[in-house]
Design a protein around this ligand. Structure first.
Ligand SMILES: Cc1cc2nc3c(=O)[nH]c(=O)nc-3n(C[C@H](O)[C@H](O)[C@H](O)COP(=O)(O)O)c2cc1C
Length: 181
């Protein structure tokens, strides 16, 4: 087998941004993303330079990671095959942009979890540039909050990107450290 990125499944998120000049919001579907540090809380998203979102985020130096529910799979695909250069993806997906608390990029109201990020660094890697964002605020829908007050991803119902396919999550099969108890 030839070398490839190979590591699947991966989360799939909607990253919202804003055009500094026109103030129009945009959305890009991103699967190349992940937590890269806990303290400070850092998340990376990798974006090809040709994407409209690459320019918008480079200009404003912020973005919002919105975690979609499995019921939004069609909208997630739409935001991943159409460019904000050609269409208004908020309108096309009937999504509502809402102002963020700390950054200029708006959040997507319909997504159960919204993570506001300030751009800390862009690392040129190859066909993708890695945008490292520091989390400066997190918002969760009431319906996706657990009894402990934290995000309950069982309720948020995110899904994953698995070799060109969208899969939802199965059942819980363990908890952190259970093997040592
Ligand atoms: C499931 C899925 C995952 C994607 N992941 C990425 C990604 O991680 N990085 C990237 O640059 N493009 C990714 N894309 C492609 C962009 O979302 C797509 O080119 C989009 O139209 C760019 O929008 P924009 O031009 O408005 O920024 C993905 C598309 C899909 C459908």
């Amino acid at each position: 087998m030839p070398p490839s990125e190979a590591l699947y499944p991966v989360p799939v998120v909607l990253v919202s941004s804003i055009d500094k000049a026109t103030k129009k919001p945009n959305i890009i579907t991103i699967a190349w993303c992940g937590i890269i540090c806990s303290d400070p809380p850092l998340i990376s998203i990798s974006i090809r330079p040709a994407r409209f979102s690459h320019k918008l985020i480079s200009d404003t130096k912020d973005f919002v990671i919105n975690v979609p529910s499995s019921g939004m799979v069609k909208e997630v695909d739409t935001c991943g095959v159409r460019s904000g250069r050609d269409i208004d993806k908020f309108k096309a997906c009937s999504f509502t942009p809402v102002p963020s608390s700390k950054v200029s990029s708006p959040m997507i109201k319909e997504c159960p979890v919204n993570i506001e990020c300030e751009l800390k660094k862009v690392v040129k890697l190859g066909v993708h540039d890695m945008f490292i964002g520091e989390v400066v605020a997190v918002h969760t829908d009431e319906g996706a909050v657990g009894e402990d007050g934290d995000i309950d991803y069982g309720k948020a119902k995110p899904f994953v990107f698995n070799q060109g396919e969208y899969w939802d999550l199965g059942k819980k099969i363990g908890t952190y450290g259970f093997s040592a108890r």
